[in-house]
Design a protein around this ligand. Structure first.
Ligand code: ATP
Ligand code: MG
Length: 471
């Protein structure tokens, strides 16, 4: 496959310099175009985008700095290398802030130009690689990455796909381990910003005093220990998405500063004086109830409103038992592949204790349990003893409630009508589930994956209503 020659635009009013540079760079394998001033340069660039632009600063008609700005507006990925007289080096240094790739001082050594052009081209290739990698990520981590068999979660997944396409600020609320980060990633990778960065800040993990500089960066010497200038997360996330995890943990002081950024779309580095414009989409997540934090005054109402343009609520795993089976199979596949072992599936008793367990740590706890089981397992299926003790405790509670094993066929007299046997089995299961849920019918129905109405019907049918019906 032949790769197109890298395009270089040489801009200088001195024809001798143009000729010399053109000769050298053509020899390097570049496709060279020339322009004699800034106006010509921008026209030439519009006709054909160059990967690298070598630009003199002082020229008639339009100077190199204005031409650079015009060119970067057309394609902000172009690498502009300024060529400047020593007396004007200050201007070139300032231009670095406006997006110049680098500068050389005239008279320059031709080797210097060669090295700079090569480096600019390498960086451009790396950028292109990053963009295509991010595109791949977006195919992998879009809303389709949210696995579920549950109707409410499917609705959430559809909303995620829809919201992703907008630029709206998103607040994700839900218990720990329910997939908030997964949803945040799906919002980013499903959005037009998918080729930009997805930057995460865990607000709970960073010491209060450092959070501001983490967000906004700092200038050299802004505080003790600030040895160099540092870009903050807002700058790192430019043209992408900033994911503020555990947003409920930030101090009221920082809440004010964050609110300002959301309103004005600009911020200042710690110790800096000039505001920096920002184009960042905010996605925030929390497992705390922000609304009640607003009521008690620990979270600013105005910030809450700014963040809460779209709310997405993730659902605890115990409210979607059908996902236990699906996700367990998914994690089994992942962890057997990672550990290079072959395990066909879950022994029925193991699956049963997984289905009976309330999973307070939600999907994360399930993933950990399966990973542990894969590591512990010595057979071709996951056995109950491969699972963490907490699950077995749950199973023992079931056994105590009169159910040895829900799939246990011992003691079943073959030859009796199926309807009768199934009825007996259902009675045992429902009784155990009721006991497990402290007699609460709504929770029992959820645990069994049936509607409340269906549960009431069965309680009546099996005459369980009177004894175990406490609500
Ligand atoms: N529906 C799902 N499909 C596939 N994987 C999932 C799903 N939900 C969660 N996971 C996986 O479970 C793990 C926990 O999810 P995630 O980190 O997104 O939860 P969280 O809500 O951010 O948790 P925490 O509040 O503890 O930070 C991750 O490895 C995630 O990929
Ligand atoms: Mg998380």
């Amino acid at each position: 496959m032949s790769v197109p020659a890298p395009a270089v635009l040489i801009v200088d009013d001195d024809e001798a310099i143009r000729r010399m540079l053109a000769a050298v760079l053509t020899k390097e394998g570049c496709a060279v175009t020339e322009a004699g001033d800034g106006v010509e340069a921008t026209e030439a660039f519009r006709r054909r985008h160059a990967d690298v632009v070598l630009m003199d600063i002082r020229m008639p008609h339009m100077n190199g700095l204005d031409a650079m700005k015009a060119i970067l507006e057309v394609d902000r990925g172009a690498a502009v290398i300024l060529m400047t007289a020593f007396a004007e080096v200050g201007t070139a240094v300032k231009a670095m802030r406006d997006g110049a790739f680098d500068y050389v001082i005239k008279p320059f050594d031709i080797e210097e130009i060669r090295v700079l052009v090569r480096r600019a081209l390498e960086i451009r290739t790396m950028r292109a690689d990053i963009v295509s990698l991010r595109r791949e990520l977006s195919e992998r981590y879009g809303a389709e990455g949210i696995l579920t068999d549950n109707p409410r979660m499917m609705e959430l997944r559809a909303t995620v796909a829809k919201v992703a396409r907008s630029n709206a600020t998103v607040l994700i609320q839900g218990e720990s381990g329910t997939g908030k980060e997964l949803v945040a990633a799906a919002v980013h990778y499903g959005s037009p910003r998918a080729t930009g960065p997805f930057v995460k800040v865990n607000c709970a993990a960073i010491p209060e005093g450092l959070l501001e500089s983490e967000f906004f960066g700092h200038e050299k010497g802004a505080f003790t220990g600030a040895v160099g200038r540092r870009r903050g997360r807002f700058e790192q996330a430019e043209h992408g998405t900033l994911f503020l995890d555990e947003i409920g943990e930030i101090s009221t002081g920082l809440q004010v500063k964050l609110l300002r950024v959301l309103q004005e779309r600009e911020f200042e580095r710690v110790g800096g004086s000039s505001p920096i414009k920002t184009d960042v989409r905010i996605v925030a997540a929390t497992n705390r109830d922000l609304e009640s934090m607003v009521k008690t005054g620990t979270f600013r109402q105005d910030l809450f409103f700014r963040l809460n343009v779209v709310t997405l609520k993730t659902i605890p795993l115990r409210e979607r038992p059908e996902d236990i089976r699906l996700l367990a199979a998914h994690f089994l596949e992942r962890f057997t592949a990672q550990n290079d072992v072959v395990i066909r599936g879950f022994d029925p008793a193991a699956m049963e204790s997984m289905l009976a367990y309330p999973w307070p740590g939600n999907v994360r706890e399930l993933a950990n349990a399966v990973e542990r089981a894969v590591v512990m397992s010595t057979s071709s299926v996951i056995l109950p003893e491969d699972l963490p003790d907490s699950l077995r405790a749950e199973r023992n509670a079931l056994a105590a409630a009169g159910v040895e094993s829900l799939a246990d066929l011992d003691g079943v007299e073959i030859g009796r009508p199926l309807r009768e046997l199934v009825g007996e089995f259902e009675t045992r299961v429902i009784r155990a589930a009721l006991a497990h849920n402290g007699g609460n019918r709504a929770r029992t129905a959820i645990a069994l994956g049936i509607s409340r109405r269906a549960l009431l019907y069965k309680l009546q049918e099996y005459g369980l209503g009177a004894r175990e019906g406490a609500e």
